[in-house]
Ligand binder design. Structure first.
Ligand code: C2O
Length: 314
């Protein structure tokens, strides 16, 4: 059976492992989402290469989002809670009161996060009156992108989050498997490229690595659960989350272009699975997996950049 969108009126605080209330504001009206193309594609660019003008816009948009009232579903706090609600036991699966809805470790991982970023991006764009605004992607699959992107490290910026591992600030190189520290930064970069090769060419699970380790590596080890990035309920509170997931999402697309045999599932239950999100006008919408399989169906794309791991056999 397809996984049905959750029943918001039954969202529960009790039972979430974090004990947090991540339930969204309630709306009785649910619209079926139809993306309307505007003719303009939102082009997501590598976070380490954005220019000053873009950075100013992005910072402004997040600042405005953080300034929205806490009960506005488009506010930054509510956006972060979307992740918490879908991942921390706030919803049961419709028809299965004993089964919590969990979008990780399953086929729902890529489509859920694609839609999540899509609406987040549209809300940000709307706040600054720019309907071509696109999130940056954290290009951690390329050597120049294997540190926390500078745009997230300025403590006076809306993109900053104090709950991160202080030892993992640039120029510290990302450790994709959280293994023993590599002897040199160059060795770590090579290890990361081998992991990318393995996951993308040999059919590894992107969700296991590098997706998971990047979360844990960014999070603050002085917090009880590696908050913010290191645990589901709080991960969305760090603005870097959305860049991290833009790259995860980009890998779904890159994977499909690597080999004609790399195709999406055709299982109807998967295609008909649905989620609820609030859109940029604070309307509650229902989306279906079948409507997100190609980024251009949702009006965005990724700037083409080199894939240095392609030639990197482990
Ligand atoms: Cu929903 Cu990166 O986790």
């Amino acid at each position: 059976l397809p996984i049905q969108a959750p029943n918001l009126s039954e969202c529960q605080t009790a039972g979430t492992s974090s004990g947090n209330n991540c339930c969204p504001p309630y709306s009785a009206t649910i619209l079926d989402y139809k993306f309307t193309p505007t003719g303009k594609l939102r082009v997501r660019r590598p976070a380490h290469k954005v220019d000053e003008a873009y950075l100013a816009k992005y910072k402004k948009a997040v600042e405005l989002m953080k300034a929205l009232p806490a009960d506005d579903p488009r506010s930054f706090a509510q956006q972060a809670n979307v992740h918490c609600a879908y991942c921390d036991g706030a919803y049961d699966q419709v028809g299965f009161p004993d089964l919590e809805l969990q979008v990780h470790n399953s086929w729902l991982f890529f489509p859920f996060h694609r839609f999540y970023l899509h609406f987040h991006e549209r809300i940000l764009g709307k706040l600054i009156g720019d309907d071509s605004f696109a999130l940056p992607f954290w290009n951690w699959d390329a050597p120049a992108g294997m540190t926390i992107p500078q745009i997230f490290t300025d403590p006076s910026s809306s993109l900053y989050d104090p709950l991160r591992d202080p030892a993992h600030q640039p120029p510290e190189v990302l450790d994709m498997d959280l293994g023993d520290a590599a002897p040199t930064p160059q060795r770590q970069i090579d290890l990361n490229l081998s992991i990318m090769y393995r996951q993308m060419r040999r059919g590894g699970s992107m969700e296991n690595s590098p997706h998971g380790p990047v979360h844990v590596w960014v999070g603050d080890p002085r917090q009880p659960n590696g908050e913010n990035m290191g645990i589901f309920y709080s991960a969305g509170r760090d603005p870097i989350f959305y860049s991290h997931h833009a790259n995860v999402d980009r890998m779904w697309q890159v994977w499909k272009k690597l080999n004609p045999r790399n195709v999406d599932f055709t299982d109807q239950d998967w295609l008909d699975s649905s989620f609820l999100f609030y859109d940029e006008d604070a309307r509650l919408v229902r989306v279906k997996v079948r409507d997100c399989l190609d980024p251009e169906m949702l009006g965005f794309t990724y700037q083409k950049v080199d894939l240095p791991w392609l030639s990197k056999r482990a």
